[in-house]
Structure formats: structure tokens, C-alpha cells
Ligand binder design. Structure first.
Ligand code: GLC
Length: 537
């Protein structure tokens, strides 16, 4: 038996936006009770852990990532009691649940900020970062480049500028203040006491500021994060933290520490290279970034993902590749946002099962716990006419009734997708449940197969095909007693590739009736855009 405490090393994580999932009381907003009603759906998909996006009290200027009270919930979602019940129901089904932990900032509506701006002598003044000019920290980049010109905003009430890495409605907290550091630990304790299994920690590179630096990934930030981990290990053993640091692999590596900081970290640079590999029919840059990815401690794991609630970020690619990605995947300027692309998985890959198959197969076979974004399992579309990133946050499509079965209300928080390809009449859970070949059942099957192989979950990776051009990508995943050779034909043509396979027989995990014999210089034939997982018997 593997150590149960290492469950996160091989988990299927499913990201839920509470507002979008299921509305149980007909007010047009998804809610906690709605999620409870749909938990069995998630168990049949093979989900091990739910990542619940912000459900805290918030004016929703950044969809809940602007928190006005860290220890209460956004009312339309339900009560803290409902949430407690949701956690219990998740656990009853053998799943786990992590919630977003937004450390870097709060809402400008938060009591701390309201007090701070009113009175220079208030103890809360020092909870935030103030300055008399907007010239301090000139080396710091702007993240929301489409809408922000500065990380400083003048506050007339305060008579000073305050620091914010995101929207002006999200003032950064001052982590040099020990009270802030302690207050946020107590926020964590509050939720951990309620029985959650950990956090997806939002925007962690930006906690501390130091003059003359870019204010990202500072040693002080790592030291504080280690303190949080220590607190969790001591007071809540077995709970985990997942790191959102949109950084290069060597910088994300630091967030794992010596196995004493984060257990999990998103692999941001890999994600756009999955799309590049499929679009360019060449995995050269994917192999390169993976080879440049340092080893991580034994008790840690990457998280792989294809899409999430944000734009498909192109921060971790070269300028040339960014232009290529925009031209290829976001030809309409309305599809572009900040340094990214605000579209969902299926429309990005033209609703083409072969391309989507490559994407999922890459995500499932490159080391990491895969994180799925709600709706992508059925192939939901997007609505680029919506503000900001809302076009990828539309209501979940359950059936072909009004509002896609999401809600009985006359109007929902965002309109449900109705277009002729991705609209709820065509793309919905109920319809796909009945169809063995549907997107949903296809993915369920793929998840089941992935779970059947310890090598795909826990194994190391060795690259068999490398170089500048990799139209057919081959690698090996192996643990001591399991071995899978993974093939991806990224091209639209049939391919043959010659590989050395250790003697013995191999089973095709996707089509189990097919077997291959090992040996030196074996020719493996691949159909256009086929992926093949061969398990040594
Ligand atoms: C993270 C979230 C994003 C949010 C930002 C500020 O990047 O994923 O949605 O806007 O942090 O909290």
C-alpha cells in the first residue's frame, strides 16, 4: 500500500466554480447545495479531489478573488452550515476537497482596508502597502496589462497610494507585518478546522515586496510559505497546499523547497506547449521545457492542466511563440486577453476529438496530478462577448431544459451557452450519459485507464524522442513494477517509428485486445493524431 498521506501524488482534481455548477434554489446562482446534488456525477467521472473556487464573502470585482471577509461565505452560495455539509458529503464519497486561499490581497471592501484608509494611526494602516508617490518598485511588472497601468492606486481618503498586483479593488496585504502573517494563518485554521483537505494557494509569488527587486519569488515569501506548511503539518497532518505560481520551472521548483513548502505546484510552462505541440504538429518545445524542469522532492507532485477559469496564459512562452499562439488559437482579437487567450478547450481544438485526445493524453501521461476544469469533460464552449474572463465561466450544462438544467430562474448570473455547436441543447451531461461514445464517457474511460497504471500516476519519465523537431513523441513512464511506453503522433498523417522495446509483450491500454511484442528496433505504426499507451505485461 502506498502512503495514504501521498494521495495527492496521483489524484484527479476537478475545479468547480460554485456560482456556475448547479443552482438548487432557483435564484440564478449556483450554490453549495447544488454542488452536493451533483457529487455522484463527480464520483462517476473518477474525481479524487474537488478544488472549490472562492466561496468567501466578496463584492465579486474579481469573481471572489477579492475577499471582503475571509471567514464567511458569499450569501447566494448558501450558509457555512451548507458548506460544512458539502465537505462532509464529499468525504463520505471518498473524495477530498481543497479551497482557494487568497493570501496576497483582500477586497477594498474588507474591514481592514476600510479602517486603514480612514486613519493613518489605525493598526490596520500597516496591513497594506502605502507610499506617497507611485514611483516605488519600478521593476515590478503589471499582470492585468489590458486594464492596468500601474500597481499603485491613489486613495483620496487615505491621502496615499496603495500597492496592488491585480485590480485596484484588491489591495495587497503587507506581509512584513507580523499581525497580517498571523491573521492569515488563523484564516487557514478556520477552514482546516471545518475539515477541508487543503488549499489551492492563489498568486503566491507576490506576498513580499523588496526595493530593487521584481517583487516575485522573494526569499521572505518562501520563508513564510514554509511556516504555513509547518503549521499545517503540525496542527492538521495530511492536509496539502497547491501552489499557483505562474513562473518558469526553476522558479516553481523553489516552491517545493526541500519537501517542506508546497506538496503540489501547477506546471504553467507545460500547458501552452501542449497546445503548441498539437497546433505545430511538433513537440520540440514541450520536450525542451520538460527537460529543463528540475527534479522535485519525493513527497511532491506537479499539477498538469489544459484550461482553467483564467485566460490560457502565455506568460511562460517566448515573444515569438506568444505571437504564434495568438495567431493560431486566437485569430479574433476578442479572443485575446492580457497575455493570454480567453477560450475553452473544445473550441480551441476545433471540437476535434483527435486533437482533444492528444491534449488529454499529454496531460494524463506527463508526470503530475491532472486538474480538470468543470465543463471541459463534456466539451462546453465559450462566449467571448462576455466581460473579462466570464466567457469561460458560464453555467454548467446538465440537460436540454431551460438554462441547460443549471437553474429554474428567469435569468442566470451569466447567460448559458446557446450556440449551434456548443449550446446546451447539443452539449449536456444528460445526453452524453446515454451515449457510450460521448465526450463524457470517452474521458471517463481514459481516467479509468490512467488510474489502472501506477506508472502513469507515480512513475518517473524518460524521453525517447528528443531534438528540435518531434512530430512523434515517445517517452517511458515507469515505477519499480509498472512500465508504460507512451506515443503521440502529433501530425495529421500516418507515421511509423522505430523504437527499442525491452523483450516481452505489451498491451495497448486503450484497445486492450491489441498486443505488441518487444525487441530492438521495433516498428510502431500510428494513425493520424493517434496516441498509444503500451504497458509492459
Ligand atoms: C489568480 C486567479 C485569478 C485572479 C488572481 C487574483 O491568478 O487564478 O482568477 O484574478 O489570482 O486573485
Amino acid at each position: 500500500m502506498r502512503d495514504q498521506n501521498l494521495w495527492y501524488k496521483n489524484a484527479i482534481i476537478y475545479q468547480i466554480y460554485p456560482r456556475s455548477f448547479y443552482d438548487s434554489n432557483g435564484d440564478g446562482y449556483g450554490d453549495f447545495n447544488g454542488i452536493i446534488q451533483k457529487l455522484d456525477y463527480l464520483t462517476t467521472l473518477g474525481v479524487d479531489c474537488i478544488w472549490l473556487m472562492p466561496m468567501y464573502k466578496s463584492p465579486l470585482k474579481d469573481d471572489g478573488y477579492d475577499i471582503s471577509d475571509f471567514c464567511s461565505v458569499y450569501e447566494p452560495f448558501g450558509t457555512v452550515e451548507d458548506l460544512r455539509r458539502l465537505f462532509a458529503e464529499v468525504h463520505q464519497r471518498g473524495m477530498r476537497v481543497i479551497t482557494d486561499l487568497v493570501l496576497n490581497h483582500c477586497s477594498d471592501q474588507h474591514f481592514w482596508f476600510q479602517e486603514a484608509r480612514k486613519d493613518r494611526n489605525s493598526k490596520y494602516r500597516d496591513y497594506f502597502v502605502w507610499n506617497d508617490t507611485d514611483k516605488k518598485f519600478p521593476e515590478t511588472r503589471i499582470i492585468f496589462v489590458d486594464s492596468q497601468e500601474s500597481n499603485w492606486t491613489w486613495d483620496a481618503v487615505a491621502g496615499q497610494y496603495y500597492w496592488h498586483r491585480f485590480y485596484p479593488s484588491q489591495p495587497d496585504l503587507n506581509y512584513d507585518n507580523p499581525e497580517v502573517r498571523e491573521a492569515m494563518k488563523n484564516v487557514m485554521r478556520y477552514w482546516l478546522d471545518m475539515g477541508i483537505d487543503g488549499f489551492r494557494a492563489d498568486a503566491v509569488p507576490y506576498l513580499f515586496e523588496r526595493e530593487g527587486t521584481i517583487n516575485e519569488n522573494l526569499p521572505e515569501t518562501h520563508a513564510y510559505l514554509k511556516e504555513l506548511r509547518k503549521m499545517m503539518d503540525t496542527e492538521y497532518p495530511g492536509t496539502v497546499m497547491l501552489c499557483e505560481a505562474n513562473q518558469w520551472p526553476e522558479d516553481v521548483r523553489e516552491y517545493f523547497g526541500d519537501g517542506d513548502e508546497f506538496q503540489l505546484g501547477f506546471h504553467f510552462p507545460l500547458m501552452p506547449r501542449i497546445f503548441m505541440s498539437i497546433g505545430k504538429q511538433d513537440a520540440g518545445s514541450l520536450v525542451k521545457i520538460m527537460q529543463a524542469t528540475p527534479e522535485i522532492p519525493e513527497n511532491c507532485q506537479w499539477c498538469t492542466f489544459l484550461r482553467n477559469h483564467d485566460e490560457l496564459t502565455l506568460e511562460m512562452v517566448t515573444e515569438e511563440d506568444r505571437q504564434w499562439m495568438w495567431n493560431f488559437y486566437a485569430p479574433d482579437p476578442a479572443m485575446r486577453m492580457n497575455l493570454g487567450i480567453r477560450r475553452r478547450l473544445y473550441p480551441l481544438l476545433e471540437n476535434d476529438r483527435a486533437k482533444i485526445g492528444l491534449a488529454y493524453s499529454l496531460m494524463f501521461t506527463i508526470p503530475g496530478s491532472p486538474v480538470l476544469y468543470y465543463g471541459d469533460e463534456i466539451g462546453m464552449g465559450d462566449d467571448i462577448t462576455q466581460f473579462d474572463r466570464n466567457g469561460v465561466r458560464t453555467p454548467m450544462q446538465w440537460d436540454d431544459s431551460q438554462n441547460g438544467g443549471f437553474s429554474d430562474a428567469d435569468t442566470t448570473y451569466l447567460p448559458v451557452i446557446t450556440d449551434s455547436v456548443y449550446g446546451y441543447r447539443h452539449v449536456n451531461v444528460q445526453k452524453q450519459e446515454k451515449d457510450g461514445a460521448s465526450n463524457l464517457n470517452w474521458l471517463r474511460n481514459l481516467i479509468r485507464i490512467r488510474k489502472s497504471s501506477p506508472a502513469l500516476g507515480y512513475g518517473g519519465i524518460s524521453w525517447i524522442t528528443t531534438g528540435d523537431r518531434v512530430p512523434v513523441l515517445v517517452y517511458k513512464r515507469a515505477t519499480a513494477d509498472d512500465c508504460v511506453i507512451v506515443f503521440h503522433n502529433l501530425t495529421g498523417d500516418p507515421q511509423e517509428i522505430s523504437v527499442d522495446l525491452t523483450q516481452g509483450s505489451y498491451q495497448d491500454l486503450i484497445v486492450p485486445s491489441i498486443r505488441y511484442e518487444g525487441g530492438a528496433g521495433k516498428t510502431v505504426k500510428l494513425a493520424p493524431r493517434q496516441f498509444l499507451w503500451l504497458r509492459k505485461e
